[in-house]
Design a protein around this ligand. Structure first.
Ligand code: NAI
Ligand code: MG
Length: 364
């Protein structure tokens, strides 16, 4: 059997810097754990624009459709700010998400013990926190028609439409239940069924899908109450599934319970391919950080943890993912910090590659 395939798109700014550390970790898993990948690398964002005049070449798009998983760094930067909208770096990323039809966006909120002091919440509220928000990514109010700004009488009216079909709810719910099966077997669905018909349908379909997953304990919560519960006692949750708009807010809220942007991974999953694996794109939540690019200051952990998610969700290697996460945890417990993680007095920050060195040393 051939090795699983991985397409790496480092992108712009700190993207290539953090991805270089991920490449070393991928090599480690090949050499030490017998987990070999067929890795190819290509351009996206401004880097692709510089070479091809477009933020994603058709050949790269085709490759992304074929591989088992795509790992992306970050796109964008001031150099590209004045480009036409159609060729902006972000369009490359949006095209990937759209053409791969990545409807299920996984955003973990995980608190590493050594960083619990970083949270704006009390330490015991976040220490050990490990929850996952599944946000529907391709439908809902950001896409529904009608939309626009229209004349109505003698004033204008701005319209967006929350719209979900049963099949759209069904597929993201299934993805969330599958996740819950691999985790704590607890799923909370959030909508506003009290005031929105789309929420009534959402609740009904999620409940119906739940019948296929009797082992998963399903609960429902109104999204506004969910926001309160997330800040009051987030550890009551395991997996949360919600729509595009509420998910946008709730995933940002949950992620920041745990500290720095440099620590946050994500995954976007689509329909299962012929080999049973979902279409998948893994990327850190952060952008290209032009303010620190080229200085060796970037924290590679968000990108490294994105690769850990790939191990778990694309390559059925949950044990290996845990091995990598444990190494990150151990390095942080030793007090190793990139500049974005400095809190304590008298700590000298390490560089991007020194953080990579430390994680590799723990893996060994
Ligand atoms: P950003 O996430 O790039 O940076 C925000 C702040 O966090 C900066 O001070 C940065 O130095 C810091 N930061 C981010 N990642 C870090 C890391 N790994 N280690 C240490 N510090 C880190 O967001 P910003 O500044 O709003 O956007 C910069 C560029 O990135 C823009 O062109 C934007 O369009 C693009 N962007 C791309 C995204 C993507 O590729 N998915 C997401 C967000 C922004
Ligand atoms: Mg957001």
């Amino acid at each position: 059997m051939s090795n699983p395939s991985l397409l790496i798109l480092p992108g712009d700014g700190i993207g290539p810097e953090v991805m270089a550390e991920v490449r070393r970790i991928i090599d480690w898993f090949g050499a030490k754990r017998g987990l070999e990948f067929d890795v190819s690398e290509d351009l996206v964002g401004g880097a692709a624009y510089d070479k091809h005049g477009a933020p994603l070449h058709d050949d790269t798009m085709a490759k992304a459709q074929e591989v088992d998983a795509v790992l992306l760094g970050a796109v964008g930067g001031p150099k590209y700010d004045d480009l036409d909208f159609s060729v902006k770096p972000e369009r490359g990323l949006l095209r990937l998400r759209k053409e791969m039809d990545l409807y299920s966006n996984l955003r973990p909120a995980q608190c590493f013990d050594a960083l619990a002091d970083f949270s704006s919440l009390k330490k015991d509220v976040v220490a050990g926190l490990d929850i996952m928000i599944v946000r529907e990514l391709t439908s809902g109010v950001y896409f529904g028609e009608p939309r626009g700004i229209f004349e109505e009488g003698n004033e204008r009216v701005g319209i967006n439409t929350q719209r979900y079909t049963e099949s759209e709810i069904d597929r993201v719910a299934r993805s969330a239940f599958e996740l819950a099966m691999r985790r704590g077997k607890k799923l909370c669905s959030m909508e506003k069924a009290n005031v929105m018909e789309s929420g009534i349908l959402w609740r009904e379909v999620v409940t119906r899908v739940g019948a296929d997953y009797p082992e998963v304990e399903l609960s429902h919560m109104y999204a506004d109450a969910g926001a309160m519960q997330l800040t009051r006692w987030p550890k009551q949750f395991d997996v949360i599934v919600t729509d595009n708009l509420f998910g946008d807010l709730l995933s940002d809220l949950a992620a920041m319970l745990t500290g720095s942007l440099g620590m946050l991974p994500s995954a976007s999953l689509g329909a299962p391919m012929a080999n049973g694996r979902p279409k998948a794109l893994y990327e850190p939540v952060h952008g290209s950080a032009p303010d620190i690019a080229g200085q060796g200051k970037a924290n590679p952990i968000a990108c490294i943890l994105s690769f850990a998610m790939a191990l778990r969700y694309s390559f059925d290697a949950g044990d290996e993912a845990a091995r990598l996460e444990d190494a990150v945890n151990a390095v942080l417990a030793d007090g190793v910090r990139t500049a974005d993680l400095l809190g304590e007095e008298g700590v000298t920050p390490v560089s991007t590659s020194q953080m990579g060195d430390a994680i590799l040393a723990k893996l060994d």
